[in-house]
Ligand binder design. Structure first.
Ligand code: MF3
Ligand code: CO
Length: 282
């Protein structure tokens, strides 16, 4: 069953989504080679609790941490652990918070030190595909329009693997609500998007093959060929004419660019940006 949100509920959801954004922005200040992903998780959990919120993921279906931290070939749902981050790693940090009765759920992939050109293209194209999906999140369209836009940009145009097993989702008083929002599909198919529907759109895109496997911890999803995978997630309210993005990458990107231990050249480099500052499709 789909739950549509009224204006007041959407404003509460924006607060939760922006708290996730601020958490990820805080994480962006501490990432560097040598730090363990467990430290990142503990830091994020403290930040969330300091802001009168509860981490949504902790104990969700038995998930034992506040964040999902997925490094390199880990796609999503990675367990934080005592492995130290290294120059050239990519790390997806996925955070959920529950505050005032509503969940926020957003993810961002960071590049540690400096990364290869292949990885830069993976991160840039995955982030672009998220916005291409979001563009379609307007009343009157269907879920398949979002899915198709993401798949076209990543799989068709760039030959990356689109993960099939995991999907985006409705969001609200529950972390996962209807409808499912896949990152692959047919234009004009699936549930109709109506005003007040809040969804999490979250492309999970592999540099190599689309196939994945579950690690023995029962949670961590990894690419079958061992190649890296990227993941970005926004919370979006469907509106007539123009979608309303509730989460924001602005504070994250600001801190990312100021952190010398992170590579943000995949979207700030002049190769990828025109004079007006907007991304040029390559
Ligand atoms: N963003 C992820 C999702 O929507 C995070 C869920 S992790 C879990 O599936 F631990 F909570 F399951
Ligand atoms: Co999600």
């Amino acid at each position: 069953m789909i739950h549509y949100k009224n204006k007041a509920q959407v404003e509460l959801m924006r607060e939760s989504a922006l708290l996730v954004s601020e958490t990820l922005a805080a994480v962006a200040t501490m990432l560097q080679p040598g730090i363990t992903t467990l430290k990142v998780d503990q830091f994020a959990e403290a930040f969330i609790r300091d802001h009168q919120a509860v981490p949504s993921f902790k104990n969700y279906k038995g998930y034992p941490f506040a964040c999902c931290i997925s490094v390199n070939d880990a796609v999503v749902h990675g367990f934080p652990n005592d492995r130290e981050l290294r120059d050239g790693d990519i790390i997806s940090v996925d955070v959920g918070v529950f505050r005032n009765g509503y969940h926020g759920d957003s993810a961002y992939t960071f590049a540690i030190g400096s990364i290869s050109e292949d990885l830069k293209r993976l991160l840039r194209v995955t982030k672009e595909s998220l916005y291409k999906g979001i563009e379609k999140a307007v009343a009157g369209n269907r879920v398949g329009d979002i899915a198709f836009a993401i798949q076209e940009h990543t799989e068709k145009l760039h030959n990356f693997g689109v993960v099939r097993e995991l999907v985006g989702h409705g969001l609200g008083t529950h972390l996962h609500e209807d409808p499912q929002v896949p990152n692959y599909g047919k234009r004009g198919s699936g549930a109709k998007l109506q005003d007040g529907l809040v969804i999490a759109i979250e492309p999970m895109i592999n540099l190599g093959v689309k196939e994945v496997w579950y690690d023995k911890d029962g949670w961590t999803v990894r690419t079958k060929d061992g190649k890296p995978s990227a993941h970005y997630e926004h919370n979006v309210c469907v509106r007539k004419g123009e979608p309303d993005i509730l989460s924001s990458f602005e504070p994250i990107e600001k801190n990312e660019q100021q952190n010398k231990n992170l590579d943000s050249s995949y979207y700030t480099s002049s190769v990828y940006n025109n004079a007006a500052g907007s991304v040029v499709a390559v």
